[in-house]
Design a protein around this ligand. Sequence first.
Ligand code: MTE
Ligand code: MO
Length: 229
Amino acid sequence: MTQDSDPPASGEALPADSKLTTTKQRWAREGKFLTGRVARPESDRLPPGQHLVRDWPVLDLGLQPRIPLDHWRLDVTGEVEQPVSWDWAAFRAQKQTSEVTDIHCVTTWSRYDNRWEGVATRDLLDIVMPKAGATHVVLHSHDGYTTNLALEDFAAEDALVVHSWEGEPLTVEHGGPVRLVVPHLYFWKSAKWLKQIEFRTADQRGFWEERGYHNHADPWLEERYSDDE
Ligand SMILES: Nc1nc2c(c(=O)[nH]1)N[C@H]1C(S)=C(S)[C@@H](COP(=O)(O)O)O[C@H]1N2
Ligand SMILES: [Mo]
């Protein structure tokens, strides 16, 4: 009769509860060596030339407009079949989307895991229906700021017109009541204090794009300055 302490007859070298086996089981649970987010090395998540911050810096032109909710409107204009002018109630009645995305600012800070809530640009596009000739979007803000996007960048899966961050209304300093968030581009494309989304048949550079910043702004390609276009 075989005793409990005998080596397994199957030729298996390691008992099921050996340190290595449990470690491997943990790796499997955590998805180690897979390309998903859980085990992705931090270095792969940070675009070139960026460093990580924990706080959330404030950057603007030195003007932080306060727009009371009862005066707030969002106008969607230009090359669309169905222009809209939403007041606060109409905007909040739209289908809501929540997402966690990273911020990459051209001034080299990045901030991970920002939880946003708002209206997905894809849902907005379904409502306003850009005309066949629409190729670009210009965002207009209450402080006079503008920034431009190709329609496909505006329509990115994770782009949102947001009103909340981490479950709280977006503060004025960060662009509340409503800003755009386009996570796959440098953060200057994410217009704060948004008041108008203009659809166009041609591109038109915005505030920073006219002042030496790259027209496209992909952080993974380090599209920081217009010299590199
Ligand atoms: N209306 C408006 N939107 C803006 C800006 C601005 O000056 N005005 N600055 C841009 C820049 S350069 C950056 S980095 C981010 C900063 O957003 P934050 O202050 O919430 O970090 O907003 C972008 N959107
Ligand atoms: Mo910026």
